[in-house]
Design a protein around this ligand. Structure first.
Ligand SMILES: [Zn+2]
Length: 421
């Protein structure tokens, strides 16, 4: 009979019990316990389950996993339903709607949106985000809730009048960096939005003056972006006039978006989407140690297409994580829903899907030595899941099932969700 799970809140060292411990790179462990040092917020180790704990409920099965990592988000852009894109709408039309939505947000609405995004994520087992922020609101919200995250202030260049020059972008980065220096959960990156609206010169000039945790951008996301680079056509003119205040042509045409910035890449870079990457582009990413964040549902909404060579790129050595993107292009921020779509698209096993959401995303955000596994000295970001099933053949399959739900979530050893069954 399953013993359920138990924990002791009073002690500095807390042992969290479960029927199954699931961690990438290790076989599933039955009847295990994970020790958490609540002072350091780190995992001490694992052991066989103790019989001394107080058990909450004996029915069903309990799984303890590392917290899920959503490697591409925009917490500030929250909407009950995505902004729809009809098949005859261009990407430029869709982006103009996003820009209008974002520009109309008051600071209070922006913060509220971040809190809604964070709440939805924690309730579905995500403990860490790699976010892009316009105003820094996501850093404030993450700090208020106590969720882990890297947030990267976004910039466009040539810039619109609210954001007039490279110096202003650099100064804004340092303001956030100083404000959250030494924060146990937060780090600050930078986000040149994409090669189609930041010149390589501005990209390089900004990076030469700051030390970001990551450089987080969008790449090869839509056919329009590819056409703009390869033929230098005017398909993105409306977007550029709105965002940048003037028309803007590719510095070099006839190349892929990645080739235009290849000389600037470093291992701190993280690229979201990559639907239209060529194999040659993928080789450049691998050589430069740049990771890719796959956003299956957002890609389908925006491009009507998804990555087709997922397994092949993985075998070529590309580090791939998973993200939802924002609620403007994705119907939910539930990472397991995203994972189930990725699984279907790429014929992944339940175990591979689990690894993508934990270790894969940790690698993609360059945190593989801290996050995404249950291992000594890793951050104690953990999720306890409950399944009504008792007869479990494949624990990964049961864990991925929509019937399985998070009931407790820890971030840095602190409980942030405790739900009654
Ligand atoms: Zn995005």
């Amino acid at each position: 009979m399953p013993l359920g799970f138990g924990y002791n809140k009073a002690m500095t060292l807390e042992w969290i019990d479960a029927d199954w411990l699931l961690s990438p790179g290790q076989p599933p462990q039955q009847e295990g316990a994970v020790g958490v040092d609540k002072t350091s917020g780190r995992i001490v180790g694992t052991q066989a389950r103790s019989e001394r704990t107080e058990y909450k409920d004996a029915s069903g099965a309990y799984f303890l996993t590392p917290g899920l990592i959503n490697a591409h988000t925009h917490l500030e852009l929250y909407r009950p339903e995505p902004i729809s894109k009809q098949s005859d709408d261009s990407m430029a039309d869709w982006l103009l709607n996003v820009i209008e939505f974002s520009r109309n947000l008051t600071p209070a609405e922006r913060l509220q949106n971040c809190l809604k995004s964070i709440t939805e994520m924690i309730r579905t087992g995500t403990t860490c985000v790699n976010d892009i922020t316009s105003t820094g609101a996501s850093l404030e919200a993450l700090s208020q809730v106590g969720m882990r995250g890297i947030a990267s202030p976004e910039f466009f260049y040539p810039a619109h009048s609210d954001n007039p020059d490279v110096e202003a972008i650099v100064e804004r980065f340092w303001t956030f960096k100083k404000r959250f220096a030494g924060h146990p959960l937060l780090a600050v990156g930078i986000s040149p939005h994409s090669p189609y609206n930041v010149t390589p010169q501005a990209w390089s000039k900004v990076l030469s003056q700051i030390q970001p945790e990551v450089v987080h951008s969008h790449l090869a996301e839509t056919q329009e972006e590819m056409a703009w680079f390869q033929q230098g056509c005017s398909v993105l003119d409306k977007v550029h006039e709105t965002v940048l205040g003037r028309n803007f042509g590719p510095i070099k045409s006839g190349v892929t978006p990645l080739k235009g910035i290849a000389a600037l890449l470093s291992s701190r870079h993280i690229m979201a989407h990559g639907v239209f990457l060529s194999d040659e582009d993928v080789k450049i990413l691998v050589q430069s140690q740049v990771s890719l964040v796959h956003c299956p549902r957002s890609n389908l909404l925006l491009s009507g297409k998804t990555i087709t060579a997922f397994k092949q790129w993985h075998q070529m050595g590309l580090v791939i994580g998973i993200g939802t993107d924002s609620r403007l292009s994705c119907p939910s921020l539930d990472l397991r829903e995203e994972g189930r779509v990725a699984r279907q698209q790429h014929h992944l096993s339940a175990k591979e899907t689990f690894e993508l959401m934990t270790q894969g995303s940790a690698q993609a955000i360059h945190q593989e030595n801290n996050l995404g596994a249950i291992a000594p000295d890793f951050k104690a970001d953990l999720v306890l899941w409950w399944s009504p099933e008792t007869d479990i053949e494949n624990p990964y399959e049961t864990w991925l099932s929509p019937e399985t739900q998070p009931i407790m979530v820890w971030i840095n050893g602190r409980i942030v969700l405790e739900r009654c069954l």
